[in-house]
Design a binder for this molecule. Structure first.
Ligand code: BGC
Length: 447
């Protein structure tokens, strides 16, 4: 894989809208998000950023921004309205045209197969709880290969199983908003990893151009309180060793995918709720990937206490946070890059990183977002530190290209470099951070 790439990211349900146009089938968010109590004010992605109609304008904005790569996801139900079976040619055409336009503008598409919008028809058959889903996902992946792999070379199978399994089936925050037992949730997690592995196999078998394949995860990131080996050990354990039941321990998905087993400590924490893998399943789950994608926003400082246990450094009241209450911890991007490469010996791509704020249009008609610029500046310099140390981090994707539908939180948290004026026909306004990132990319290209 070649030189460092700067990009921006989005996801289908969060930006496309056109939820029932041109033959698209409904997905779990379309159907379940409007139901009472699921999302802020029952907000959904029915229109979202109207990207389905404004994608040409959006590609022009990407070009102006100067990004060399764009990470977006495909809506499974736009391609296969029922999840399997009949292909929706209009859906294929939409993505095909988008891909062509990106390539014409010198922007490499990084395509995520699954970013949380499961076709509703598959949910009705049990969704991620049904072991059949590995076959459904493999079928979908094959359709995608046939349609786009003559032009797309960079693939991400899934985005954050922590969220589409953990938040979706355990804590009830993401569609389908279930609160199930750990046994069921871990089975769903295993099904997701089998589906991931099957997709990797399908990509390798059918891709028309040599593929580069990744798997994107997220999780709690331990940052050493001081730069001592002792505190680095605390960070390592905090990041990789489960000490309580939480899928946000990043190794719960990465260890099976890269090592074919759950991390040390998992058995003690989950005991008989932890599903076993047969030899055949292990082979599928560990189908070789080329890079680890990680979505990195925040972190917390840890140390080893007198008893040799991981302890969190007391939090400072009034510390910097984003609009969702996530602590700002720039070093976390350096730490997670280093820790992942060290443990898994694979290149890493930061597939998401960004700042949510309650941005607004000022009297001068512009959107001034100095806090986002500060966030970007501090995180990118920590990332550069990792690169300078020779840690194989290959790319950075800002989340998000534009403000969008922030799932259960609706439209108020704004992550974009581009402001979307939802009440005004989704008019796009470039924020100050757009110009900052544009200059940053230019300056890095001149180095
Ligand atoms: C997800 C995005 C989401 C972002 C900010 C990530 O967990 O992949 O879909 O919008 O974080 O919450």
């Amino acid at each position: 894989m070649s030189e460092f790439v700067y990009g921006a990211a989005t996801a289908s349900y969060q930006i496309e809208g056109a939820w029932n146009e041109d033959g698209k089938g409904p997905n779990i968010w379309d159907v379940l998000a409007p139901l009472e109590g699921h999302t802020v004010e029952g907000q959904t992605g029915v229109v979202a950023c109207d990207h389905y109609h404004k994608w040409r304008e959006d590609v022009a904005l990407m070009k102006e921004l100067g990004i060399k790569a764009y990470r977006f996801s495909l809506s499974w139900a736009r391609i296969l309205p029922e999840g399997t079976g009949k292909v929706n040619e209009a859906g294929i055409k939409f993505y095909s045209d988008l891909i062509d336009a990106l390539l014409e503008n010198g922007i490499t598409p990084y395509v995520t197969l699954y970013h949380w919008d499961l076709p509703y028809a598959l949910h009705q058959k049990g969704g991620w709880l049904n072991p059949e889903i590995q076959n459904w996902f493999a079928e979908y992946t094959k359709v995608v290969m046939d349609a786009f792999s003559d032009r797309v070379t960079h693939w991400i199978t899934q985005n954050e199983p922590q969220c589409f399994i953990g938040l979706a089936y355990r804590t009830g925050k993401n569609a389908p908003f279930y609160k199930l037992t750990w046994k069921e949730v871990l089975e769903a997690g295993k099904n997701s990893m089998l589906a991931h592995g099957r997709a990797v196999q399908v990509i390798r078998k059918y891709a028309k151009k040599k593929p580069t394949v990744g798997y994107t995860v997220c999780g709690t990131v331990g940052v050493p309180a001081t730069n001592t080996e002792r505190d680095w050990e605390a960070a390592r354990r905090d990041t990789f060793v489960p000490s309580e039941r939480s899928l946000f321990v990043i190794s719960m998905f990465l260890d099976p995918v890269l090592f074919g087993r759950y991390p040390e400590g998992a058995e003690a924490v989950y005991s008989s709720d932890l599903p076993a893998f047969t030899e055949e399943e292990r082979k599928i789950i560990t189908a070789p990937i080329d890079f680890i994608g990680v979505n990195e926003y925040s972190g917390h400082r840890v140390m080893l206490n007198k008893n040799g246990q991981v302890a969190e450094q007391p939090k400072i009241p009034g510390r910097p946070q984003n609009q969702l209450g996530w602590d700002i911890e720039p070093e976390s991007i350096y730490c997670i890059s280093k820790l992942l490469c060290e443990r898994y010996q694979k290149p890493v791509i930061i597939t998401e990183n960004g700042f949510a704020n309650a941005d607004l249009i000022s009297g001068d008609g512009k959107v001034h977002d100095p806090q986002r610029i500060e966030y970007l500046d501090s995180y990118l310099s920590q990332l550069q530190k990792a690169v300078d140390e020779g840690i194989p981090v290959l790319g950075y994707f800002y989340w998000s290209l534009m403000d969008n539908y922030e799932w259960q939180h609706g439209y108020s948290p704004r992550f974009g470099l581009i402001y979307v004026d939802y009440g005004n026909n989704c008019k796009r306004i470039k924020k100050d951070s757009f110009y900052w990132y544009q200059k940053y990319i230019q300056s890095m290209e001149q180095k």
